[in-house]
Design a protein around this ligand. Sequence first.
Ligand code: NAD
Length: 505
Amino acid sequence: MLGLIMTDTHYIGGSAVAGTSGRQQDVYNPATGAVIGSVPLASIDEVNQAVASAKAALAGWAATPPAKRAQVMFNFRDLLKSHHTEIATAISLQHGKTLDDAKGEVARGMEVVEFACGIPHLLKGDYSAQVAGNVDSYSQRQPVGVVAGITPFNFPAMVPMWMFPMALACGNTFILKPSERDPAAPLLLARLLTEAGLPDGCLNVVNGDKEAVDTLLDHPDVGAISFVGSTAIGKYIYGRGCNNGKRVQALCGAKNHMVIMPDADMDQAVDAAMGAAYGSAGERCMAISAVLAVGDDTADRFVAQLAPKVRALKIGQYDEPGVEMGPVITRESQKRVEDYISQGEADGAEVVVDGRGLSLQGYEDGYFVGGTLIDRVTPDMSVYRDEIFGPVLSVLRPKTYEDARQLVIDHEYGNGTAIFTRDGDAARDFAANVNIGMVGVNVPIPVPVAYHSFGGWKASMFGDHAVHGMEGVRFYTKLKTVTARWPSGIKEGAVFNFHSGSDTK
Ligand code: NAD
């Protein structure tokens, strides 16, 4: 059994390593506001040590047959299964999401590990015989080298597992810089990988802030950067990483719309909106934060059915029986979300269910915001334009399907969207014409399964390759094409004997 909460180290060269920078940051339980740990913030030297460790491990790991690399992933997957609840508890305690939700997060990460187990097949190249006289061509995918991942607080296990299983299976070595707000789960994952048989140095975890990130972005030995987080930071990382000649994928912020057509199954749409808007306190990049109810009648029915459910949400700490929603991540986050609600109200929207000022008995110092439903929002309001990242759902009332589609198209973000309808024409038109990376038809959070790829458009992603699926293989490998000519002709009477290599005449 691994120790439950380990946050006060890095993980370099296959071992937990104490921080030496002298800089530490508190880690909180967001449900109580209590400090429950401390995380070291790496210095430039410590990041350099992690890169050196990954570089030293690279040649051996890259030369390991893919089937053997896959065997480590099979072992890792078994360990994830046996430690599922432990990892989920570490997530819930530091992030605040319910235990069921955290278990779901680990399960989604596990699916990427399962996909990575198929790496021998995924790395198979193309071969063309006789591209010219006695000349053959073949392509192969080789690892990029030392690669790094920088990840957000909202999925401290799943988002790192979008990255390192694919990167490692492809033969790279990896440095993870997880969110400093909930570092326990990534450290647990690193320890499990060592237990699974991953050679020391292949996966390193450095905890830290901007100093650690900038060191990775500028380090000449780091060949590629995967980032998931907010758009402002993602843009910065993409620019600086690309300027330094690195391959960069940066998956960023979102404002996901759910279009509800007048013919939609309203019970289904309301249930879908409940989970998609308020699950994980709205702190998901695929959360639905704007409903576009087509026509006033649709909007009236939707709000009337949803409001009582939002009022009835059971809010509390992750391990309370029946709890449906936890706190947001920090005190600042709580204030930011409440300020957005106030601004929406000041701008003329109707706050139908108000989550401001929620105080829960026994958790008075927790960072809770109640489920909030705001109707009659218009496109110019900040509550609609900005990513709020809290349990706040805005309802807009476009008159027609075309008006709704245009709102989706015009929005700055392009991560996910959904349409709820029984009309095949509308659904097909929507899927074909919106400029959004992931589209759901009667599916509220259309997160692709691990063997497809996850990524947004517009300000929701910078870079050319999405994560996992074949896009993940392409991002973490470089394509090499070999064209080979061999001496022409075989000598008369040559024998190629299967049993012995020595009797070719
Ligand atoms: P964030 O951008 O604040 O932090 C992400 C990472 O960047 C962290 O590791 C953090 O330490 C680092 N970082 C923060 N400030 C930095 C700076 N100035 N310079 C260098 N590095 C810095 O994001 P967050 O608050 O942890 O996560 C929430 C955001 O992530 C939301 O915007 C959400 O939409 C987004 N997100 C996107 C996806 C996606 O797939 N598109 C998935 C999950 C989360």
